[in-house]
Design a protein around this ligand. Structure first.
Ligand SMILES: Cc1cc2nc3c(=O)[nH]c(=O)nc-3n(C[C@H](O)[C@H](O)[C@H](O)COP(=O)(O)OP(=O)(O)OC[C@H]3O[C@@H](n4cnc5c(N)ncnc54)[C@H](O)[C@@H]3O)c2cc1C
Length: 378
């Protein structure tokens, strides 16, 4: 995480329904706070609900497997193997392995830690340094440098703006070439480029989709702001999950394994407001496991999943965009709430999301301080 990181969503939107930033003692923080404030919010959440004792820290899940045969369509028990702290919380040596059985498993391992490197032919012929935005911390290392960033999503835009203040030349490459265009007027050394399509084998120059070329040498720096891979190494031996093409499957409602409906995945969708969506997913899971509602049978779940895959294909949606939600997140959250029989998220959240998006488009450099949206008083 970079040192200067501020949220790209208003904090009131990010809060769960049962704990505001005010209740966390952070009511004086800016609408788009720094990352330390988000950490403080999460720590206050843990204290407020007194749930720290349920967490076993310093423990790595190495393997998760169903105990009943993998082809069974019911709900197996699960064997979980960990290294590190003991399940009961007692610290043992790193080599120590422990196994325990569970009635259900909820995977919530995040998807911002295994960097995805842009798939560009002849990348090895680039003569300079390559790194991923995951390893970016602060701009001083880029003083006077020639930097090309691939990908103009949240990280690419934030980092290119920060680097433009110190580098000699910054190029932000994105599909369509318009990513970060708001920065062009601000920094003379900043240029937007179309998607990077290949590296010239002899010169090591970068070639973009519109045929333009960026001359590069051994001092140039190529930063991949091209996202992350979904990764579930602890499920590999079970063969239950595929992440091929950047899509996690087979999942029912992006959440529940189609064949094993007591294996859940919290937080798979992206371009969402994460924490309240996690809350909705977690409520769905807990109400399902405690028998408050039932879900379609395995045949229907498989059919629903198959028709969803077909519809993605028909709409020309690439696999890696299968979990991208944006404006669709609100219908998704409401659908889970209705199925699970609990309250939908407050309607002001979608208004706030739209207002923050509009503010960002209008003022890409200063939207965090200029956004006028405020959570309505209740
Ligand atoms: C640059 C950046 C900026 C962002 N800005 C915002 C923002 O402004 N607002 C916002 O709401 N969200 C933002 N996000 C997204 C937000 O950080 C994520 O949605 C959120 O952290 C996901 O939470 P999580 O608990 O699912 O995963 P994580 O926070 O990634 O936590 C996963 C946890 O699982 C642990 N883990 C992984 N594998 C294992 C294993 N085998 N055994 C045991 N433990 C394991 C990890 O150590 C980690 O502690 C941003 C993300 C990035 C990368």
């Amino acid at each position: 995480m970079y040192a200067s990181l501020r949220t790209n969503l208003p904090r009131d939107l990010m809060a769960t329904t049962d704990f505001t930033f005010e209740e966390a003692g952070l009511g004086k923080s800016p609408l788009f706070p720094r990352h330390e404030t988000v950490l403080a919010y999460l720590e206050a959440y843990l204290d407020h609900f007194d749930i720290g004792h349920s967490i076993t820290y310093n423990t790595t899940v190495q393997n998760v497997e169903p105990i009943s045969p993998a082809q069974s369509e019911g709900m197996p028990r699960w064997r979980v193997r960990v290294t590190g702290d003991h399940f009961e919380g007692k610290i043992r040596s790193k080599e120590n392995e422990t196994e325990r059985e569970f009635d259900a498993v909820c995977v919530a391992n995040g998807h911002y830690s295994v960097p995805r490197i842009a798939d560009v032919p002849d990348l090895a012929h680039f003569k300079g340094l390559q790194l991923h935005s995951h390893n970016y911390r602060e701009p001083s290392h880029f003083m006077g440098k020639h930097v090309i960033l691939i990908g103009a999503s949240a990280s690419g835009e934030d980092i290119s703006r920060e680097i433009a203040a110190v580098a000699s030349r910054v190029v932000l490459s994105s599909r369509g070439g318009q990513g970060g265009s708001g920065l062009q007027g601000e920094y003379e050394n900043f240029t937007c480029q179309d998607a990077l399509v290949r590296v010239d084998r002899s010169s090591g120059d970068l070639i973009f989709a519109d045929g333009r070329r960026e001359a590069c040498d051994q001092d140039s720096i190529l930063m991949h702001c091209s996202g992350y891979h979904y990764s579930f190494p602890f499920l590999e031996s079970s063969g239950l999950i595929s992440t091929e093409g950047g899509m996690v499957r087979p999942l029912y409602e992006h959440l529940m394994h189609v064949d094993k409906p007591n294996l859940f995945f919290i937080g798979i969708p992206y371009k969402v407001v994460p924490f309240p969506q996690f809350e909705v997913q977690a409520r769905f899971v807990s109400r399902f496991l405690s028998g408050h509602f039932s879900i379609p049978d395995a045949t229907e779940r498989k059919a629903a999943h198959a028709s969803w895959l077909t519809s993605l294909e028909e709409r020309g949606i690439a696999k890696r965009h299968a979990h991208k939600m944006g404006d669709m997140q609100w219908d998704y959250n409401d659908r889970l709430a209705r199925l699970g029989g609990f309250e939908c998220l407050e309607s002001w959240r979608s208004d706030g999301y739209k207002a923050a998006g509009d503010a960002k488009r209008l003022n890409p450099l200063s939207y965090r301080d200029k956004c006028e949206w405020r959570k309505p008083m209740t």
